[in-house]
Design a protein around this ligand. Structure first.
Ligand SMILES: [Zn+2]
Length: 205
């Protein structure tokens, strides 16, 4: 448990940073890079933002607006402190950051590591390195399941499970793995896999 707290306090985004990020929007995009390639190739500098603002939905040229760093563990259990690209909309003044889909919002471990854990692949290096953290993600997933199921309903093309027990088979059936599924949840349903975040919501009128 001590180790888990250490990992959390050192690598998960602190509360003040989350508060700062509540004014920002976040998009999750399909990353052609692994975490290692992303770092080496300075991928954040290669991101081209969408031509429509995710918040105000106007066709507009988003301007680069600083960037921030966050920890991400790759599938070998290696940690990277990656730069995340951020853009500013000149019309609504909201910022939009672009998170590669190998990462989960505000979490060190990515969706594929969580999937490996849920599938019982405990010998995989990322799962082995962060076993306690994986277990805490699973507990969070189960706690959040009722809200997730209620929000998504039959939106993934298959009937939702009747209970939390059916959550993992449902998620597995609904998509080709947690990585594309998480991206879809955020894009189409404005909801994360483990939590509903303000950074996925457009601002109210
Ligand atoms: Zn805008």
């Amino acid at each position: 448990m001590k180790e888990l707290r250490w990992v959390r306090s050192n690598f998960e985004l602190p509360v003040w940073a989350r508060v700062r990020e509540t004014l920002a929007m976040q998009r999750i995009y399909r990353s052609p890079w692994t975490a290692e390639e992303y770092e080496k190739q300075e991928a954040d500098k290669q991101i081209i933002p969408e031509s429509t603002c995710a918040n105000c939905h106007q066709a507009v040229k988003l301007h680069r607006h600083h960037r921030y760093q966050r920890w991400v563990a790759d599938l070998l259990g290696k940690l990277f402190y990656l730069w995340i690209a951020r853009f500013l909309c000149p019309l609504c003044w909201r910022t939009v950051s672009y998170l590669p889909d190998f990462a989960l919002t505000y979490r060190v471990l990515g969706p594929e590591t969580l999937q490996r854990y849920l599938e019982g692949k405990l010998e995989q290096p990322d799962v082995r390195t962060f076993l306690d953290l994986c277990a805490s993600y699973e507990r969070r997933l189960q706690r959040f399941a009722p809200e997730l199921i209620q929000t998504v309903g039959a939106g993934l093309g298959i009937p939702p499970p009747r209970s939390v027990r059916g959550l993992w088979p449902w998620l597995k059936k609904a998509g080709k793995g947690l990585r594309p599924l998480t991206r879809r949840l955020v894009t189409d349903f404005k909801i994360g896999l483990l939590k509903r975040y303000r950074c996925h919501q457009p601002a109210g009128p």
